[in-house]
Design a protein. Structure first.
Length: 205
């Protein structure tokens, strides 16, 4: 199966508290210094209006970057996206999941992974961004593209080295000026205002 645009799927974990879980790294020593990882080569797209449906389509196009798949006229996801509630990433995930057809008739399979805040895991978010898989994030009723993270290496009692999330780097596709760059900071911003994250994968069958 050939990937058209892989943008990852985080497995749901049992940790109760979002974003503070650590992930082991097999290299380096604990230094507690900020390190930054970003998804490269994403296009800086801007929504033509602040309508939630338009912002959703623009944000999805940003992470998928394939006009045949998403998200405009004659794209494979066009009808499903129009039927989705742009205020609910869970509903977007349900509507996009499944079989679609490109304009030339070729079938594709879209898989989605929606993670509510109590199932998201900071270590996996770091790893997914490191592996060049961006996400959508619903925070304070607004939609953002997660394109980077700031973390630090820490040591546990057994001498292992771990990466702990400090900040998420976001884009607000409603803007092209300084308002576009948004940061979610652990310990400062209210975690309870996060609704969830969405990862999307599309592959030819």
């Amino acid at each position: 199966m050939k990937d058209i645009c892989y943008r990852g799927a985080l497995r749901s974990l049992t940790e109760i508290f979002i974003l503070f879980t650590l992930i082991p790294f097999s290299y380096g020593q604990a230094d507690y210094q900020d390190r930054e990882v970003r998804v490269h080569h994403l296009r800086a797209l801007m929504a033509v209006s602040s309508d939630p449906a338009v912002v959703l389509a623009t944000s999805l196009y940003t992470i998928l970057d394939n006009k045949d798949v998403c998200c405009g006229r004659n794209s494979a996801m066009e009808d499903s996206l129009m039927a989705a509630d742009p205020a609910s990433l869970k509903d977007v995930a349900r509507k996009l999941e499944g079989k679609h057809r490109l304009s030339d008739g070729r079938p594709i399979e879209v898989t989605t992974e929606y993670l509510p805040r109590d199932q998201a895991n900071g270590g996996h978010l770091i790893q997914m961004i490191h592996d060049q898989h961006p996400a959508l994030m619903q925070w304070k009723a607004n939609l953002y593209v997660v394109h980077g993270a700031v973390y630090y290496l820490a040591a546990n009692d057994t001498g292992g080295t771990y990466a702990a999330l400090r900040r998420l780097l976001l884009w607000d596709t409603r803007y092209s000026d300084a308002r576009r760059q948004v940061t979610f900071t652990i310990g400062t911003d209210d975690i309870s205002m996060i609704d969830g994250f969405l990862f999307v994968n599309a592959a030819l069958q």
